[in-house]
Design a protein around this ligand. Structure first.
Ligand SMILES: [Zn+2]
Ligand SMILES: [Zn+2]
Length: 189
């Protein structure tokens, strides 16, 4: 529950109300994933009665558990993101086109509470990184054996490199022979 009581505030233009609340949510559901939330979701800021609107400005802070795109390991991701919402006071919801204001987040205030659950969820989803990496230098998994290469090289890595090295080493004596053999080759003509 992320609800803020505004019964007093909504009747007093120019007044402000600071809030600080938190919720215990287990997951954040996005289009692509079900992301565990591993710390309380803290929401804080202030609500201002601007005369026509209740304006919420604050921040959302929590910790999410993401899955690394490369190594599939879980890691913690701290989020502190800005929250901004506006609620039109009763009878003040602008008609379409009024003010030329296309603010799609505008919604009517219903009752004596502002329920920030949806805005907070949207804020957290927007705060997710494009790439989920446990660290910039994550080595990922070996495509052959699946070993987590952050924990060290795997055996099949050695096997694929060794034959090539063996071939290169094998060429060196040949080169030496060709150089040494060149006068003999010339002698054949
Ligand atoms: Zn990783
Ligand atoms: Zn491997």
């Amino acid at each position: 529950m992320v609800k803020i009581g505004v019964s007093d505030l909504k009747t007093k233009p120019g007044s402000e109300h600071e809030f600080r609340t938190q919720a215990s949510w287990s997951h954040l559901v996005t289009a692509a994933a079900r992301v565990p939330i591993v710390a309380p979701v803290r929401v804080y800021g202030r609500v201002t009665n601007s005369g026509r609107f209740l304006v919420v400005r604050g921040q959302v802070a929590t910790t999410l558990e993401l899955t690394c795109d490369r190594c599939l390991g879980h890691y913690r991701y701290s989020v502190v993101a800005p929250l901004e919402e506006e609620y039109a006071l009763a009878g003040r919801l602008p008609a379409t086109g009024e003010d030329g204001d296309a603010n799609s987040t505008m919604q009517p205030l219903a009752g004596d509470f502002i329920d920030l659950r949806l805005p907070v969820e949207e804020t957290l989803i927007l705060a997710l990184p494009m790439k989920w990496l446990c660290r910039e230098s994550c080595q990922g998994l070996c495509s052959h054996c699946g070993r987590n290469l952050n924990e060290g090289p795997c055996q099949c890595n050695d096997r694929t490199v060794d034959p090539r090295l063996a071939v290169l080493e094998g060429l060196l004596p040949d080169d030496t022979i060709v150089k040494e053999g060149a006068p003999h080759g010339g002698a054949r003509h």
